[in-house]
Design a protein around this ligand. Structure first.
Ligand SMILES: Cc1cc2nc3c(=O)[nH]c(=O)nc-3n(C[C@H](O)[C@H](O)[C@H](O)COP(=O)(O)OP(=O)(O)OC[C@H]3O[C@@H](n4cnc5c(N)ncnc54)[C@H](O)[C@@H]3O)c2cc1C
Length: 495
């Protein structure tokens, strides 16, 4: 581990620093960029090879797209009626439904394989070791299951918004948004969080005019400030509109339309209603009505414990509706454990999964542990935004002397070769020890790229550790390496 490594850089590092001295603008595909650094024939050959490596990447990508268009686009609902690009909404929906049912059946198969009995029904706690199950179809007798331990994993539900009644047709939650009968002409997304932006970006791409109405003056408040500003700019470029600092006062159906009443959010001050620090569209100074085809309510989720019978075993929820657990996922009733969205912590599938594994290991008398400092978070827009650890702001608040390093995807060869170069990598590190504290990635495949930063943080790595790790070329992951170079030495190669 090289955390806090000091002393003169090893010779190869110094040589590399000399070799990258150039003043040209970032251009990863430029051959001339490097010509003045050639010192011998070997170096020369090497640089030529690196340049040539990008040519197959571009062709591999283009030919793959051609092949996909021929073989698979129709399955995904992308059509070419009369030569123009179009889409078949029912085929898109079918592909989604098939994917979900395939995955669900896969889980039922895993239950069987691992001798887990699957009982379909509504579970209610009847005692510290007893669950009563009402059959899912409402027929048949209740079943009582006795168990040494009970694990509550009842998840979460949409937080309702006063005055905005969800009918899952025109005023929808994420559930309804996933199965709209047609792509709306216009849509308001209430809430500039992960689910709202993901679903909004789906419909914006398919041609809907999407406006995001957000109470606070920024989207995705959990993000590093610099990253969320960039993210909003990218979404705006894709055609999404933002009304930040705007409060929704109510919504009503009028035939096939929804009338949404909005007004400046109290905190936004006079004339708020949309300006905001993030730079959304200027809103009205006073109340206003927006008339659209569909409103998506995605202003947050809350733990779901309705009808669970917590009171029957002496359990209750906290102010946020969560079931409190100790470090070992144990509730106040020693035989009953709880995990996932229903307990405090990020509401993420992989976090729930880690909780579940650890809780069951603990029940089995083994050590189980989840490191919540290294749970990644991913927004599956395009580009994706993925993160782990602290924002620059949080790192400063935590008392770190902070240094950061950035690398633009525009200077990454793979991203440029495949024409998908929107985004950047930003790393946050402790200035004294060089230890990686947080990583923020906006890129086509950020959800995959973040994993090396997650692993690095699990191992307590420095940014120099990442910078010195050989990364395949040309890959998007080289942008992480270069951001690590920028953080540890201030000298990425291609910037
Ligand atoms: C639209 C959407 C997109 C998301 N995308 C992502 C993503 O991309 N990545 C990610 O990490 N997370 C995502 N999440 C969050 C993720 O789905 C949750 O964090 C995760 O599913 C929580 O797991 P869980 O086991 O706690 O609960 P759930 O997966 O919600 O499972 C709870 C289950 O318990 C059942 N249940 C509830 N009460 C009872 C009862 N009394 N008896 C019997 N059964 C009961 C429910 O029907 C449900 O099937 C998304 C959420 C939504 C809504």
């Amino acid at each position: 581990m090289r955390v806090g490594a000091s002393g003169p850089p090893p010779p190869h590092r110094a040589a590399r620093a000399r070799a990258i001295k150039h003043t040209s603008p970032p251009n990863p595909t430029s051959h001339t960029l490097h010509t003045h650094t050639h010192t011998n024939a070997n170096t020369h050959t090497h640089i030529h090879n690196r340049k040539n490596r990008k040519q197959p990447q571009a062709l591999l990508n283009s030919s793959h797209k051609f092949y996909d268009a021929q073989k698979h686009f129709a399955d995904y609902g992308v059509t070419f009626p009369g030569g123009a690009v179009g889409f078949d909404w029912s085929a898109m929906q079918k592909q989604k439904d098939d994917a979900v049912s395939g995955l669900t059946k896969g889980i039922e198969g895993l239950f069987k394989k691992n001798k887990v009995e699957y009982v379909r029904g509504w579970g209610t706690l009847a005692g510290p070791n007893t669950v009563e199950v009402s059959p899912a179809d409402g027929d048949g007798a209740k079943r009582t299951i006795e168990a040494k331990n009970i694990l509550i994993a009842t998840g979460s539900e949409v937080t309702p918004l006063p005055g905005v009644p969800i009918d899952e047709e025109r005023i929808v939650s994420s559930t309804g948004a996933l199965r709209l009968k047609e792509v709306p002409k216009d849509m308001v997304v209430i809430g500039g969080g992960v689910i709202g932006l993901e679903m909004g970006s789906v419909y914006a791409r398919l041609g809907a005019k999407v406006t995001v109405v957000e109470f606070s003056d920024t989207i995705c408040p959990f993000m590093d400030a610099e990253m969320r500003r960039n993210f909003q700019r990218v979404l705006q470029k894709q055609g999404m509109d933002f009304r930040l600092g705007t409060k929704v006062a109510g919504a009503r159906r009028e035939g096939d339309k929804v009338v949404l009443s909005v007004e400046p959010a109290p905190k936004a001050g006079g004339g708020g209603g949309g300006g905001g620090k993030g730079g959304g569209k200027k809103g009205a100074a006073g109340p206003e009505e927006l008339v659209v085809d569909v409103v998506l309510v995605s202003a947050g989720r809350r733990p779901f414990t309705e009808g669970l019978g917590l009171d029957k075993v002496g359990l209750e929820t906290n102010k946020r509706g969560q079931i409190e657990v100790d470090d070992h996922f144990r509730t106040r009733v020693p035989s009953i454990y709880a995990i996932g969205d229903v307990v405090p912590g990020p509401m993420l599938a992989h976090k729930a999964e880690e909780d579940g594994v650890a809780a069951v290991e603990i029940m089995a008398g083994k050590p189980g542990h989840v490191n919540y400092n290294t749970v990644p978070s991913i927004v599956y827009t395009h580009p994706e935004v993925a993160s782990v650890g602290l924002t620059e702001e949080q790192a400063k608040e935590a008392g770190h002397q902070v240094k950061t390093g950035k690398f633009s995807m525009m200077a990454n060869s793979r991203a440029r070769a495949v024409g998908d170069a929107e985004g950047l990598v930003k790393l946050v590190a402790d200035a004294k020890t060089d230890k990686l504290l947080g990583a923020w990635i906006m890129a086509a495949n950020a959800g995959e790229l973040i994993q090396e930063c997650v692993l690095a943080m699990e191992y307590g790595a420095s940014t120099e550790d990442i910078a010195r790790t050989c990364h395949g070329h040309p890959t998007l992951s080289e942008a992480v390496k270069e951001a690590a170079m920028a953080t540890s030495t201030g000298k990425p190669i291609h910037m």
